[in-house]
Write a protein that binds this ligand. Sequence first.
Ligand SMILES: *Cc1c(COP(=O)(O)O)cnc(C)c1O
Length: 368
Amino acid sequence: MHIPFVDLHIQYLSIKKEIDAAINDVIRNSSFIKGNHVLDFEKAFAKKHDIKHCIGVGNGTDAIYIVLKMLGIGEGDEVITTALSWISTSEAISQTGAKPVFVDIEKDYFTISVLKINEKINSRTKAILPVHLYGQCARIDEIKKICEKNNLFLIEDCAQAHFAEHNKQKAGTSGIASTFSFFPGKNLGAYGDGGAIITNDDELAIKCRMYANHGALEKHKHQIEGINSRLDGIHAAILNVKLKYIDKWNNNRLKNALHYNKLLSGIPEIKIPQIRENAKHIFHIYCIRAEKRDELKNFLLKNKVDAAIHYPTALPLLPAYKRFNFIDSDYPVASGYTQKILSLPMFPELSKKQIEFVASLIKKFYHS
Ligand SMILES: *Cc1c(COP(=O)(O)O)cnc(C)c1O
């Protein structure tokens, strides 16, 4: 039995009629750039977050870059972020000319360590950019308090956390603005690159929309020089269909994760992912920590179970950041975890049988 890491095709088949009709509608109306599908999706995505504005953009990396840039962040500024994420988070900070300042992660939950944020704040710090990694929110209430106390912008990277919750508060609704990715493999995925910004700030919303569209709100009226980063009509039409199912899919992911947890909890060589109190974890990634991780990964791959590592290297220790000369001991939790973390297959349509097969292989590997 081959178990893929994600199965996008099985999801397409479950909503094929609606998706095909939506794509056909875009083609029939030639609404490839802008148009009603994009407007409809922006409205629906904002409404579902109970937020005033949504701006569709080209991808989740641009979304972060655009927000930072439109908040005036650039050369000479610092933005605090987590040591464990996909490189987009820190890449977008550097793109503005600002310096990414990495903070180690907290134990068990993989998100930025709130306790270690304060020591990194100085007069150049302009913003904190937490990532709700793997589908679980960072300690957003505490981070918000730190931002308020130090007069810093709070921007949430929600690329892995569409409709995750913390204390009944949706991911992306605590700061000045939040960013999303609709990369096909994300919980809410388009059929290519896509992203969005959400914000309650009227002025910031206009600026972001303008910057993402060559600095113009109306054709040929370029107020500033911008970039070309728009959500395509075809992706917006697909996302409009998928938005109706996202809660169901997120719930199925959680169910699958709890089933994994139950089956794997008795294995001493494994640490199962922890769910915070009062949290809705949407399990973009189901990440365990395992002894003999690399051997276990190879054993699973040999048995046609696709396991992966998110991420093999903590951000500050990547060659891309060798200019900072960081060493492992600067980020002990993140660098330690990168030797142990292993992501198991996770998608809404994953069956109980498939989960049981993966768990039985892991038990076999450890003879437990
Ligand atoms: C996927 C991802 C992004 C960027 O998304 P793209 O749409 O691929 O540019 C940003 N941050 C995190 C944490 C991600 O996982």
